[in-house]
Write a protein that binds this ligand. Sequence first.
Ligand code: ADP
Ligand code: ZN
Length: 769
Amino acid sequence: MSIESCQRHPESSSGRKGEQYVEVVLNIPIDKKFHYHVPASMSEEIKIGKLVKVPFGKRQMIGYCVGFVDTPQVRVAKDIIKVFNHELILDKSMLSITRWMADHYFCGWGEALDAVLPSSVRKGLRSKSIQIVELAKDKEDVKTELTNLRKRSPKQARALEILLDAEGGITRRDLEDLSGCGSSGFSRLAQLGLVKFTKIPTIEAITQEHITKSQHLTPTDEQKIALDLARNKLAEERFGVILLQGITGSGKTEVYLQTIQEAIRRGRKAIVLVPEIALTPQTIWRFKARFDNIAVLHSNLSGGQHHQQWQTIKEGKADVVIGARSAVFAPLNNLGVIIIDEEHENTYKQDNVPRYHARDVAIMRARHANALVILGTATPSLESFCNAQIGNYERVVLHKRVEGRPLPPVDVVDMRQELHERKGYHYMSRLLEKCMEQTLARREQVILFLNRRGFTPFITCKRCGFVLKCKRCDIALNYHKKISRAICHYCHYEATAPEQCPECGNTALKHFGFGTEKIEDEVKKKFPGHNVLRMDSDTMRGRNVYDKALSSFRRGDVDILLGTQMIAKGFDFPNVTLVGIVSADTMLNIPDFRASERTFQLLAQASGRTGRGPKGGRVVIQSFNPAQYSIVCAATHDYKKFASRELEYRKQLNYPPYSKLLMILFRGSKLEAVKERSFIVAERLRNFAKSFVETPARQMVGGQDFASLQVLGPAPSPITRIKNKFRWHILAKAQIYETFQKMLEDAKDELRPSKGVQAIIDVDPVMML
Ligand code: ADP
Ligand code: ZN
């Protein structure tokens, strides 16, 4: 250490000549670098971007080395305990992308870095096998035991029921997810001799199926325009974003495939992001059929499998990585293109720290790699649509379906009129019922869509009006009939459904509303002799169950497929000639400024599941708000009209894309403390806003002349309590993100966790509940 630096840092005195010191960031919610000493034995190994183990307080933690320093800013710099092997090194661009994430999303650098390295990789998990659970007795014997078990332990009983349904075994992880049964429950079942465990090698579990290769198709004229643009960009080796707006069935996937082919030809690689629920075998097959070296990253992989795929990618053995949100961090070199399919989907935003949006991270990553980004969708998010309008992205539109297939005609049924004319409420309108009869008579298939699972969303007392609520959340419990339980969809609390009102003892309880389980009952009653399959997160946890369900639908063993948004994405079944949307209103009534946009997107997606083959198709939408513009525009397949209407509304209220949004959520177990803190912070932010003028404002088209920084609230969140934590929030709107940085810097002290209240900062929030 030189004298000069000693003077610059008078408080630090531990820097010794010839010694190495490093800056380390940790996965903690403080954006700070900590200084450590590198023991001589590690001086060779230590590199920027490497994973290290360090002492931190009384603990040991794993962190990332992000730089070297001459002089540590602590009195005594502690020694690093361990430097991890070379496999776990992050390159310069990942370091700078995560640095950007920390600034943009207001999290610790270490927290952002932890999102890049999956925990299985950090922990060095290398499971060589996965555990399979099977029945150890005859099905009949198991059924006998089941009756007893149902009363004693519903979760164990459920695990058995699932095993009875699943031919062969099911992975232990899937079964745990699906039944809620934990380790002790499994041990108990094994003690009773009902189940047994076997292990199969991981490799076997993920060995690639044999797939017939597909040849590339001759592009349509519209596809060709998109492809030429993408090829030119790849040839230039410059960063760029293409918004590929193509209606459902217009052949966007073929554009992705041929763009990737071109990238590979040029020695570059590709990442394909799809929403988790669209990560179906069907999607994966389409890529596997075209390319040899594909790695798939999805949440159903065990830790060991995940690590193995990651390793394969890291070693450069994968040309294409396909996966959900976090695959944007896949350790590929020579990245040429990142495809984001269904770019408008919410699931690209992570709802815990770091609260990043994969689309924005992808764009950042592509900038570093001089790569191309393709955002594909039938219904662009308004943010992307505007970015194309102002020239940040290039937009290409595919107006036509492949082979001149028309978009299906859509009928909107006014359920108010239906209610009036039939003197009572029916879940199925006469039109939908008639269309179903006709479709089934032609031996074609029906998809029914309802974005709400369970049997009924409320249990109320007819006499005193009592609503059965979750003990921990301010939300009604959903009734699930098959398992006879009342379940909270937010915290998974469950209870036996009561037979009488806990308040007044009345036995006439009313189950109000309807979910997929109830519609399933209805449909089975109305169409006996037809096979109905329900797909929602209650029936479909576990990839095997899901694959099996899809295959049986494809084979035609199932006539009516009923489900939540899980079935709205990406399915391509030519024999589906009717799509019925049981209620278009479920999304519309959510208190969120994006409710109309979500409704439009979902209706367009769901309608897109039909008319995909030569037999054509039609769509019936049921709604109590048939004149609402998102429903009208979806029925006429008119994105442009929808966008201009919606943009008008956003402009009036200064919502994105006309502003940037930031939400601060206050959370704590004492309501008074939560409220108090949210008022203190709001006041501080308002004072700041009063004196603040944004400089380079108005980048968006037609941005209005609002005060540059607006602070709204505090107000109770729409769901005021979740898991026993009360929730209040503040919204801020600005023209540029830097304004938020300045504002939060100013309120730093008020935002620190104290008195049991946490302030959660969410930039570009997608969930306002
Ligand atoms: P999108 O992703 O836009 O919904 P898909 O990529 O699923 O559309 O394409 C719809 C169908 O059209 C698929 O079955 C696909 O194989 C077929 N298809 C796509 N492009 C072509 C083409 N150029 N020629 C013939 N068929 C095509
Ligand atoms: Zn709850």
